[in-house]
Write a protein that binds this ligand. Structure first.
Ligand SMILES: [Zn+2]
Length: 262
């Protein structure tokens, strides 16, 4: 078993080591009560504490009992460091930022009615990416997905930002280790708006032998705007997310997966 930053694994579920990572995993939503996917539900893999809701709130709302796994929920060793992004979002230190972001995430996930789990890796803005970070992420995902009894998994397409690309690529590694599951990509909000970003990433993946087909998954966009608004600090940093509440979500089925059951 690989050593995973900030995370130890007991059984199949992630347990956080407080000596390495004082942050708690996002709360288990009481509507679910236990860390298992319900039949027909999705697992959405989120790089940061906001991406799953920004990109997939409608999917989560339409599939009760879904689960969000967030990769970068950990606190850096230098918890009182200060980054440009955190300052833009109103936080003087990383510790302040992560505490507030976890609270925002709990609120947003409660609004879309799903459970959240954190993997405890550290955001690249804190400069602590290990050279085998992708492999560690893939290992962690495989273990957590097995523990959840996952059936259908949605990964970020990986349109922009090193963390998004790393999580997308790690998810593809995990998909090869779990070929019995159905795998999908979601288009990362707000990066999907960048001209050519989706096209370029799909071409890059195709060159690596990964094919993707549009997947018309069922979504429920009512209430998405409220869930998105829970991430007040990140919206401040982004300068807003103008039409996130209303925009349709876009999904792709990864070749080799099963036919989508909307
Ligand atoms: Zn992100």
């Amino acid at each position: 078993m690989r050593a995973m930053r900030g995370t130890a694994v007991a059984g199949a579920l992630p347990i956080f080591d407080p000596s390495r990572n004082p942050m708690e995993t996002p709360a288990v939503h009481p509507a679910v009560g236990e860390p298992r996917c319900l039949p027909g539900a999705f697992v959405v893999v989120s790089p940061h504490l906001d991406d799953a809701v920004f990109s997939c709130a409608g999917l989560l709302r339409a599939h009760p009992g879904s689960v969000v796994i967030t990769a970068y929920t950990g606190l850096p060793q230098a918890a009182h460091m200060s980054t440009d992004w955190d300052r833009r979002c109103g936080f003087p230190t990383a510790a302040d930022a992560m505490a507030a972001r976890l609270a925002e995430d709990r609120l947003a996930l409660a609004q879309v009615g799903c459970m959240g789990l954190g993997l405890g890796f550290v955001d690249s803005q804190y400069g602590e990416q290990p050279p085998d970070g992708q492999a560690q992420l893939a290992d962690s995902l495989v273990r957590v997905l097995a523990g959840l009894g996952a059936d259908r998994v949605a990964l970020p397409l990986g349109l922009f930002h090193d963390d998004h690309v790393r999580v997308s690529d790690a998810g593809l590694d995990a998909s090869r280790a779990c070929p019995g599951l159905s795998w999908f990509f979601y288009e990362d909000v707000p990066y999907r708006k960048r001209p050519g970003a989706v096209q370029a990433r799909l071409a890059q993946l195709r060159a690596r032998g990964v094919m993707a087909t549009p997947a018309p998954l069922k979504t429920d966009l009512a209430g998405k705007a409220d869930a998105v608004s829970a991430y007040a600090s990140q919206l401040r940093g982004l300068g807003g997310l103008p039409d996130a509440g209303a925009q349709a979500e876009s999904y792709w089925r990864v070749a080799g997966g099963e036919e989508p059951r909307a």
